[in-house]
Structures are given as C-alpha cells and as structure tokens.
Design a protein. Structure first.
Length: 382
C-alpha cells in the first residue's frame, strides 16, 4: 500500500521527459511506481494543478542569526514549494556554526559555497574584504575537505566596490585556490571592474557566473543590445549561468534582449535574503518562475532551471530534482491561476504579467509539510 498517491495532476518532470497528466506514487519517503489496482493511505487529487519536483533555489542566504541577511529556510521555503537550496553566506571563520545550526537543523536540504572572506557575509554595515592577502588558503582547504558532503566550492563577490582597485586579482586568486582544493568557483558578477570577457576567461568549465542579468556595468550585452560572443563561447566550454536576481541584480532589458537572441540562464534562483523574502521584487522562487513563464519561457524549461539543473550542481541528481523511481519524495503542487501583477526591476522598468504559480502543497521526504488552507483534497483512510 502506498503512503501517498497524487492523482490527476499535470506532472512536469524535465529529467524524465514527462509533461502530461499522470499519477505519482510515494512509499517510505521515495517515489515509487504506481499500479492503478494499488491502494493508498492518503490520496491527493491534483486535478487542474501542476505537479513539479520539489523546487531548488540555487542561490540564497540562509545563515539566520549568523548574518544580518539570513533567512530561516524552513519558514521561507516549505510554504512556497522549495525543498532544497544552496547557501552562499559563511566563510571559514563561521562555517562550522552554519552547518551545525542551519544545515543540520533544517528540513530543507541545504548545500553551500564557502565565501573566500573568512567572516563571510556577516553584516550589511560594510562589504566583506576580498583582498587576496587576507585569504586563509590553508583553512579553506581543510574546511572544504572536512565538509565535502556539503560544500560545493568557493564563492567571491567580484564587484568594483569590493575590489577597490584590485581589478580581477581576487577572482584569479580564488580560482587558483580552487584548483588546489579541487572544487568549483561561483562568482558574483555585478558592477564588474573589468570587461565581462575577462571574467569569463578566468573561469573554468563547471564554474558559475552569478547574476547574469545584472544591468549596472559590464553586462552580458553591448550598448546595442547584442549578446557578447564571449558569453556564448563560455557556455560552450561549460560555464554555468545563474540568474540570482535578488533585489537589485535583475535588469529586464538585459534579460529580454538575451532571451530574444536565444540565451537563457541555466538556473532560475532568487538570491533570497530577509529583505526580499515575501517582499517585492522577488517575493519567492515560484513568483520569480511565474514571471519567467509570462515572459515567454516554456513551463518545462523554467521547471528544469529550478529543479533538475540545480540538483546536478548539488551533486544530488539521483536523489532530488526529479520524480523518477527511487528519488526522494520531494514534490510541489501548484495552481496556475489568473493574477495580474506588475513586476519592477532595480531601475523601475515594469513588466506586466497575468498568471501566477500559487503554492498548494509541499511534500518533503514523503510527508506533507505545507498545504494551502483553501486546497481541500480527497483523503482516504485505509
């Protein structure tokens, strides 16, 4: 007997090429094949709803009480269909506290990138120090190898206001250390102090270019709106691109120009912090996904950007990000409802949308952890 049966929902599961109405069986915390003759302890009628793998936010800040910007992951994510996320907040001075207080205590599955500044992103009162002479290479090496189950790589914010005349040297040193450690690099790319091409040429296959749609300086398009060839070449050689829009890192003109030329970020993520959680312009991952769909991207592509692709980044492609047999039973059910919204980017440019993904239910490891109060579903007790 199944623990849960989700029936009649429109399943979108990019990894397994499913985009149709079908049923999903859950037993003992895992996705399991369903035979129509099989009974279930609980049945969820998802007629007229979308059924996605549990969403994955590929870039967020979850070090609550250890940084001024940190969200509480379970509170922020489970009511919005997000069951896994990647943090980019802690450095070697406080990583162990982050792992014990946040990763170990959260229902949400969390992995992380280690900030090269030892203190991480502790405060908003001033920027972290990215001068390479203050990097603690030996401790980065040790902390990474002690926590390879959780740490995915190194993170640096390579913005002009942080570089303070050092140009691209902080990123080059970060890549050098990552080579020695044997890990990825994720680089924050807003207001770049050098041309975009120079940053992309410094990165290696598997590294991540964050805030790809930023519009402040040295963006991915030229003054005439043409996508730089270096961006296309970087993707061809294996650089990953993440939206990580945050409050100030998404420019609709850059985004739409790139989309018209066939370029879309590999991942759709929020860069969620306490100041953007349930607030404009980001609000939540499904709210951001809704805008992407209304901008013209297919639902299946947006779901892939928010499930299967970040699952691969987390090295968890067998366990999460899809609804195939044996995967963790992380499931998100949504209504695709009529709702007029006006989105605004960092400079005030408007985009008007008329549809919205409304979270109806979140299932984590086979347990219902959120249900909208107006979602009354069939329930059978055996």
């Amino acid at each position: 007997m199944l623990d849960l049966l989700i029936k009649n929902g429109h399943v979108v599961d990019p990894k397994n090429n499913r985009n149709s109405v079908c049923d999903i069986g859950i037993y003992n915390g895992k996705i399991t094949p369903y035979d129509s003759r099989e009974e279930a302890k609980h049945t969820i009628d998802a007629s007229g709803k979308y059924v996605f793998p549990g969403l994955i936010d590929a870039h967020a800040h979850m070090f609550a009480d250890g940084t001024e910007i940190g969200i509480y992951p379970d509170i922020a994510y489970l009511p919005t269909g997000v069951t896994a996320a990647i943090d980019c907040s802690a450095g070697v001075a406080n990583y162990r506290l982050f792992k014990s207080s946040i990763v170990a205590q959260s229902k949400v599955t969390i992995k992380s990138f280690l900030q090269v500044c030892s203190a991480g992103l502790v405060t908003t009162a001033y920027h972290e120090n990215i001068n390479p002479k203050y990097f603690n290479e030996e401790k980065m090496y040790r902390i990474y190898h002690e926590n390879k189950d959780n740490i995915l790589g190194l993170k640096i914010r390579q913005s002009e206001e942080l570089a303070e005349g050092l140009g691209i040297e902080p990123l080059r040193e970060t890549v050098r250390i990552a080579e020695k450690i044997g890990c990825r690099v994720e680089v924050h790319c807003t207001n770049l102090p050098v041309p975009t091409e120079e940053v992309l040429n410094t990165l290696r296959p598997g590294d991540i270019f964050e805030h790809v749609y930023q519009g402040v300086k040295n963006t991915i398009i030229d003054e005439n709106g043409r996508l730089y060839d270096c961006v296309k070449k970087a993707r061809e050689r294996g650089i990953w691109f993440d939206s990580a829009e945050g409050r100030k890192h998404g420019d609709y003109d850059v985004m739409l120009a790139a989309m018209k030329q066939g370029f879309v970020a590999d991942m759709c993520s929020t860069d969620l912090v306490i100041g953007s959680m349930f607030r404009r312009p980001i609000f939540s991952l499904p709210n951001l996904m809704s805008r992407y769909i209304c901008m013209g991207l297919p639902v299946e592509q947006v779901v892939k950007m928010s499930t299967w692709t970040p699952a691969k980044l987390m090295n968890m492609e067998d366990e999460i990000g899809h609804l195939g047999e044996g995967a963790n039973a992380d499931v998100a059910i949504f209504d695709w409802m009529d709702c007029k919204q006006t989105y605004r980017d960092w400079k005030g440019t408007e985009f008007k949308a008329d549809k919205l993904l409304k979270p109806e239910m979140t299932i984590k490891d086979g347990q219902i952890v959120y249900c909208a109060p107006d979602y009354i579903y069939e329930e059978a007790y055996k």
